[in-house]
Design a protein around this ligand. Structure first.
Ligand code: FAD
Ligand code: NAD
Length: 477
């Protein structure tokens, strides 16, 4: 029998961040996960491999774009085995690193799957089939999520992929249908388009990335339409049938012009669902809601006081950095800190080209809540840096409290938006105002200046755009 102060079930960015912090705080820690080393979905088949491939896609796009500056490269030749080896190498390097960190911190890593016995005991089935009992003071459940399976899309065929299959690069199909115009559909659709597939994206709602602000999405959508064969909005896949030469797909929707098409492969990316069916969970007081998420309070404690839960398994947004942050909070609570998970802003980034990123209050959300906000926008066409790198397809905006100028939200679309958004997140967390953003000297020429100049727009004083503030009497007839 292993006894430990903390048992963490699931070695993704939630679970391993929690286990490592707990060890740093001096706790005895057991971390259980089926993989050789910690990493979870994010490192093995999510964030990291997709970003490695998106980097390659960007290089391909940039090399084509360079022709406009008088630098012409030939069309790329894709060596799929080498590309896969690069991607696997990236994953291996990171998981090798987490494996080392497990050793340095003396975390007891158990390669296997955990079953809950009761509120203080687990049974771990190790990879060799043996069972090991673990007694814990506290446990953190960090079992993550998996792709949603929709019955009409769930046919048995090697030609139908989920994100894990697509990241394995089985082939570069001539034609690829991507079902779902969300994060995964857009990111992996962009990868395959860059590798040479004719990609069609089908999205059941009226726009790509439902929920994100339209002015940001419009910039991305314009670019996506240039790199893919077609984007079908307001369209659902009613049926898929495997045929010898491909997957026959029947589309449904008011805008459908070609109701049946055949694709070499289909990537289904219509959302993810929580892994809350942890064996033995019903032997505890832990509750699961109607959508399958484990119910937790603001300290990430479940209805069973000794058990916490974090990451994708407790709710949206299903993002790695949210999982890690929750994990660290849960650990601090177990050691008696009076802390809670109550971020003012969680950044979201879609790593397409251009990237799209937002944090805090969006305009869409403000409109839904009928909340008065002032939006200050700075178009990248006026940014010296954006012009010099020939990437004026961007927009930075601040969503501000109209009375105090406090930064409530930030949205950015453009090259590198995912890096730029961190300043917005910090501003929101620090309670910064537009004045703070305007008075902070940003380096020139950089895209970070677009954040400062958005704040200048709020005051009608932006150096590089003419946006005078309307006087109260103006505009009135
Ligand atoms: P996970 O990473 O899902 O890890 C859970 C682990 O628990 C898994 O290893 C699982 O095998 C293990 N497990 C489950 N049940 C048990 C059990 N009974 N016993 C032991 N172990 C168990 N997020 C971002 O923030 N940025 C991105 O760029 C990004 N890109 C993504 C790209 C793709 C293609 C996908 C699919 C996801 C992406 N995500 C991204 C989302 C991100 O991967 C998740 O939000 C994140 O991995 C959630 O972390 P987690 O710790 O909650 O769980
Ligand atoms: P998603 O929720 O982002 O997008 C799914 C899309 O599919 C939605 O736009 C939805 O309207 C559409 N859809 C649903 N059913 C459909 C149908 N039958 N036909 C056509 N369209 C349909 O989900 P995802 O892309 O699968 O990604 C899952 C989650 O993983 C994301 O929500 C995000 O939390 C995480 N993720 C994050 C990143 C990142 O941070 N860069 C990248 C990938 C994944």
């Amino acid at each position: 029998m292993i006894t430990t102060q903390l048992a963490v079930v699931g070695g993704g960015p939630g679970g391993y961040a929690a286990a490592f912090l707990a060890a740093d705080l001096g706790l005895q820690v057991v971390l259980v996960d089926p993989e050789d080393n910690p990493g979870g979905v994010c490192v093995y088949r999510g964030c990291i491999p997709s970003k490695a491939l998106l980097h390659v896609a960007n290089v391909v796009a940039d090399s084509r774009h360079a022709a406009a500056w008088g630098v012409t490269f030939g069309e790329p030749t894709i060596d799929l085995d080498k590309l896969r080896a690069f991607k696997n190498g990236v994953v291996g390097r990171l998981t090798g690193g987490t494996g080392q960190l497990v050793k340095h911190r003396k975390v007891r890593y158990m390669k296997g799957t955990a079953e809950i016995v009761d509120a203080h005991n687990l049974s771990v089935t190790l990879h060799d089939g043996t069972n090991e009992p673990v007694r814990f003071d506290h446990a953190i459940l960090a079992t993550g999520s998996r792709p949603v399976r929709v019955p009409s899309l769930a046919i048995e065929s090697d030609r139908v992929w989920d994100s894990t299959t697509a990241l394995d690069l089985p082939s570069v199909p001539k034609t690829l249908l991507v079902v779902g115009g969300g994060y995964i559909g857009l990111e992996l659709g962009s990868v395959y388009a860059a590798l040479g597939s004719q990609v069609t994206i089908v999205e059941m709602t009226p726009g790509l990335l439902p929920g994100a602000d339209r002015d940001l999405v419009d910039v991305l959508a314009k670019r996506i339409r240039q790199i893919v064969k077609a984007v079908l909005l307001n369209t659902k896949v009613a049926r898929m049938t495997a045929e010898p030469n491909g997957i026959r797909v029947t589309f449904e929707g008011a805008d459908v012009t070609e109701p049946e098409q055949v694709f070499d492969n289909v990537l289904v990316a219509v959302g993810r669902r929580p892994n809350s069916e942890i064996p033995g969970l019903d032997r505890t007081a832990v509750q699961v809601d109607a959508r399958g998420f484990i119910v937790v309070d603001e300290q990430r404690r479940t209805h069973q006081p000794s058990i916490f839960a974090i990451g994708d398994v407790v709710g949206e947004p299903m993002l790695a950095h949210k999982a890690s942050h929750e994990g660290r909070i849960a650990v601090e609570v177990t050691v008696g800190e009076n802390v809670a998970f109550e971020p003012l802003a969680i950044p979201a980034v879609v790593f397409t080209d251009p990237e799209i990123a937002w944090c805090g209050l969006t305009e869409t959300q403000a409109a839904k809540e009928k909340r008065a906000v002032t939006v200050a926008k700075f178009p990248w066409a006026a940014s010296g840096r954006a012009i010099s790198i020939d990437r004026i397809d961007g927009l930075t905006k601040l969503v501000l409290d109209p009375d105090t100028g406090r930064v409530l939200g930030v949205g950015i679309v453009g090259s590198g938006a995912g890096e730029l958004i961190a300043e917005g997140t910090l501003a929101i967390e620090m309670g910064a105002t537009a004045a703070d953003m305007k008075l902070t000297i940003h380096p020139h020429p950089t895209l970070t200046e677009t954040v400062m100049e958005s704040a200048e727009v709020f005051y009608g004083q932006a150096t590089h755009v003419y946006r005078p503030i309307k006087k109260k009497s103006e505009g009135k007839s």
